[in-house]
Design a protein around this ligand. Structure first.
Ligand code: GDP
Length: 431
């Protein structure tokens, strides 16, 4: 492997920046940077001057070198803290490149950690999610996965499947009369429990996503109801165009706000009404799509008589400064223009979103994990249906193996060896 270098802190001026170097040339580069004035020891930070090729000092800072494999990447790794000036950072990086390093690709340090067996892929994904998390709650949950919580969950589910495969394969080799009693019902029960766990994980993903990425909150309702006024009030700035002319908002506007620690992606949509205007029609179509995928809809209008999707709707009566609602088909009365009752509305939003973000123990942090869980679950369902019909056990085994295959993709590969070990470890001594 070659040696890579990159600045690990954001670009721009700041008190400090950290440049990271990882790979076989790390120690010799650090030696050249400080002209061997200090002997490098593992994880022993030291203050040093930084010297350019001509031996001229251009900055000083703390250097910490970790000797592989006891480092984040599993290779020799240096963290060089310098003053947070982009020119100094550039100088350090170009010196490293002149020394034979190359600039790292995005995520390359973590990729190296994965390739060197320091993290499994699910943990590596947690690193990405932890960095981009938009709430403290989300970061806390993700951090647990970084410590291996998800991997442990996957591994215990896999263990159950592997031992089931072992058990069924054992029964495949013996005559039908000798089949273990209740094999079908016992196996079905175990698979069903696992399948429920997968459902819980998938449901949990939506919740963590709300905490990490932000809840999708859509403001909708008829034209002229005050949607853009409410949107702007939340943003506390004039973003959307407010007008008395119906149909002004034609595209979906969005911005992220923070409601008491909860990240919210707030969207202002086109008012829904019958129109011949092509552009407005396209806007209304977009609104309908947004409503479908919203975590919560702030609907400026009354609750329809018959509806089964009220759970994620808040029905709002707006313009309470000039009129009163004629019906009780609203959850709350506000005035977006006067800012009346907005605190209560925010509380209601948080209450609704909190119900959606109470997190389960099996937390997924990436779409890739979700897709693999879905596929694994699909094969569990197929195995369950095979068992209920008492069809060929070979097919059930095949589905269970596919289910394991997709769980494996989340963390790492199960070998045939695991299955063999599981069969023999469940045998009693002497058999
Ligand atoms: P939208 O089409 O639903 O986005 O509605 P707008 O936000 O553009 O508002 C339409 C009109 O209603 C504007 O003239 C706003 O000033 C007015 N409006 C919005 N909210 C209120 C309110 O709470 N009280 C009063 N009196 N007028 C409001």
């Amino acid at each position: 492997m070659d040696t890579v270098v990159a600045c690990s802190t954001p670009f721009g001026s700041s008190a400090l920046s950290v440049v990271r170097v990882s790979g076989p040339k790390t120690k010799s580069f650090v030696d050249s940077l400080q002209k061997k004035t200090k002997k490098i020891k593992h994880n022993t930070p030291f203050l040093s001057s930084f010297l350019d090729k001509d031996g001229v000092v251009f900055d000083e800072g703390i250097i910490n070198v970790f000797f592989g494999p006891n480092s984040y990447t599993g290779e020799d790794l240096a963290e060089i803290s310098c003053h947070g000036n982009p020119i100094i950072v550039d100088q350090l990086i170009s010196l490293a490149c002149d020394f034979g390093c190359r600039t790292a690709d995005p995520g390359e340090f973590t990729k190296r950690a994965y390739l060197n067996g320091k993290l499994d892929i699910a943990q590596a994904e947690s690193v990405a999610s932890l960095i981009s998390s938009r709430s403290l709650e989300g970061a806390k949950i993700t951090y647990k996965n970084l410590g291996g919580k998800l991997s442990a969950n996957i591994s215990s589910s896999k263990k159950t499947l592997v031992s089931l495969v072992g058990e069924i394969e054992f029964n495949l080799d013996i005559s039908e009369e000798d089949l273990q009693p209740n094999l079908f019902t016992k196996s079905s029960k175990k698979i069903l429990l696992l399948k429920n766990k997968m459902d819980e994980a998938l449901e949990g993903f939506k919740k963590t996503n709300i905490l990490n990425v932000g809840a999708n909150v859509v403001i909708a309702g008829p034209t002229n109801a005050g949607k853009s006024t409410l949107f702007n009030l939340f943003l506390e700035e004039e973003r959307a165009i407010i007008s008395k002319t119906p149909g002004t908002t034609r595209d979906v506007l969005q911005d992220t706000i923070n409601l008491e620690g909860m990240p919210v992606i707030l969207k202002d949509t086109a008012g829904i009404r019958k129109t011949k205007d092509k552009i407005e029609k396209a806007g209304i179509h977009k609104t309908q799509k947004e409503l479908f995928s919203a975590d919560l809809v702030l609907f400026l209008g009354q609750r329809p008589k018959k509806t089964d999707i009220t759970a994620n709707y808040i029905y709002i009566f707006n313009k309470s400064d000039i009129k009163s609602p004629a019906s009780d088909k609203y959850d709350i009365k506000i005035s977006a223009l006067k800012g009346k009752n907005i605190k209560a509305l925010k509380r209601l939003i948080i209450k609704k979103l909190s119900q959606k973000s109470s997190v389960t123990s099996f937390v997924l942090t990436s779409k890739r994990q979700v897709e693999n869980i879905k596929l694994s679950k699909k094969h569990m369902e197929k195995a369950l249906s095979g068992l209920s019909k008492e069809t060929s056990l070979e097919l059930v085994v095949e589905d269970l193996n596919s289910s394991i295959f997709y769980l494996d993709k989340i963390t790492k590969k199960t070998t045939r060896e695991d299955i063999l070990n599981s069969i023999f470890s469940s045998f009693c001594v002497g058999k």
